[in-house]
Design a binder for this molecule. Structure first.
Ligand code: S3P
Length: 446
């Protein structure tokens, strides 16, 4: 669980050239799904390269509470002995998902059509986030939930005893909502149909098919339509979790703005539903190349090579690209401050309901460090001048990506940048400090 220990203040000093190889940890989205789908298969799923961040460890605990046997065999090596679709046991304790919106929303979906009653909670960040976006579609299956106002956690869920398959158009671009409905559909007889107007990360669909479920994807006038046939027997899998492109963003972006840098970030998935940041950086004029482009486990993968790029320019990032880089805007706003001109992000209001209000958190921290930022409910604009003064203390708001973005800012700003609490970094990137230090960053715990 994150957010329960003492705060860890940090300071990031101007760094010399960053160089070397950055082996970032496993993908957070795929790690959660490996544990949850493993718990719903019959028999043993083996996972290599699981992200051992707090968010995923909380999901592992939750799967144990629902009756699966989850075992760590070595670093990144895990197995899950699943209980089968419909086989969840009733947990005898409250399920604490810590900081993880993905964890709690996907697990609520998985539990929604099983004959269990479970209570979910999290840290102050998670308990302030909207859950009606998940509980509303789950109600269509016959699932009852009782939470605080706006459906917020702590929340008790009573699984539907006789679930009915649903057809649901997801009202906002959210892979978590899409996935919660699909996981609920697993134990509903008949076909559950989920329609998304804009494509979001597609790991749940791909992995459901990999575990042997019948999944069909069609593109219709309404959007991308996913049809899942309920009550399959899921077959355990051997899963190798690819490295996380959202974590790779930090060493890549740091290399682009620290003079003289040249960093290689190997084996990063370039699934188009996740790769928007890298296309955007290239559009800005970043010296970012894809080396050794290949396929691994059916996904496009490359080694990313990022070199210092003093001539980047501000661009407009269209709303259509937002879903494919939604977690990367905080660190992109830092890069934008070192580019020249206006960098304008459109269609980003989902950033306001992440682990923090990320538009507000970045705008306040960047302004404190001498960067001009404009914002509306749905847009953010950074006016880059090619240099940043720095010198301020920034608040992480219990948000790992805000914390890491400000530490990257400090590596290239004229004066060191401080952070009130770096503890949330452990939710997704527990080796951030040693990995960045090996490249040449100078982050200290204050
Ligand atoms: C995720 C979906 C995204 C993303 C989150 C991980 C997932 O959230 O921000 O970090 O694994 O499904 P939304 O579904 O709220 O956009």
């Amino acid at each position: 669980m994150s957010g329960h220990g003492d705060p860890i203040p940090m300071i990031s000093h101007k760094a010399g050239p960053l160089s070397g190889v950055a082996e970032v940890p496993g993908d957070k989205s795929i790690s959660h799904r490996s544990l949850i789908l493993g718990a719903m298969a019959v028999g043993e799923t083996r996972i290599t390269g699981l992200l051992e961040g707090d968010d995923v460890l909380d999901t592992a605990k939750a799967m144990r509470a629902f009756g699966a046997e989850v075992t760590q065999h070595g670093p990144g090596q895990w197995s899950v002995h699943g209980v089968g679709v419909g086989g969840f046991a009733e947990p005898d304790q409250v399920i604490d998902c810590g900081n993880s919106g993905t964890g709690v929303r996907l697990i609520m979906g998985a539990a929604a059509t099983q004959p269990v009653t479970a209570t979910f909670t999290g840290d102050a960040s998670l308990n302030s986030r909207p859950m009606a976006r998940v509980t509303d579609p789950l109600a269509l299956f016959g699932t009852a939930t009782h939470g605080r106002s706006k459906g917020r956690l702590p929340l008790t869920l009573v699984g539907a005893r006789e679930p009915a398959a649903v057809r649901y158009v997801v009202p906002m671009p959210s892979a978590q909502v899409k996935s919660a409905v699909l996981l609920a559909g697993l134990n509903a007889p008949g076909q559950t149909v989920v329609i998304e107007k804009e494509a979001t990360r597609d790991h749940t669909e791909r992995m459901l098919a990999g575990f042997g479920a019948e999944v069909q994807i069609e593109h219709t006038d309404e959007g991308r339509e996913i049809t899942l046939t309920g009550q399959p027997e899921l077959t355990p899998q051997d899963i190798t979790v690819p490295r996380d492109p959202s974590s790779a963003a930090f060493p890549v972006c740091a290399a682009l703005i620290v003079p003289g840098s040249d960093v290689l970030v190997p084996t990063i998935g370039l699934n188009p539903t996740r790769a928007g940041l890298y296309e955007t950086l290239r559009d800005m004029g970043a010296d970012l190349t894809y080396e050794n482009l290949r396929e691994e486990g059916g996904e496009p993968v490359a080694d990313l090579r990022a070199r210092y790029s003093p001539d980047m320019k501000g661009i407009t990032v269209p709303a259509a690209r937002a879903a494919s880089m939604i977690d990367e805007y905080p660190v992109l706003s830092v890069v934008a401050a070192f580019a020249k001109g206006r960098c304008h992000f459109e269609g980003v209001k989902e950033l306001r309901v992440k682990e923090s209000d990320r538009i507000d958190a970045m705008a306040v921290g960047l302004r404190a460090n001498g960067v001009e930022v404009e914002e509306t409910e749905d847009t953010m604009t950074v006016i880059g001048t090619g240099a940043v003064e720095g010198g301020a203390v920034c608040a992480s708001h219990l948000d790992h990506r805000i914390a890491m973005a400000f530490m990257v800012l400090g590596m290239a700003a004229q004066k060191a940048v401080s952070l009130d609490d770096g503890q949330p970094i452990a939710t997704s990137f527990p080796i951030f400090e040693p990995l960045m230090a090996r490249l040449g960053a100078r982050i200290e715990r204050a």
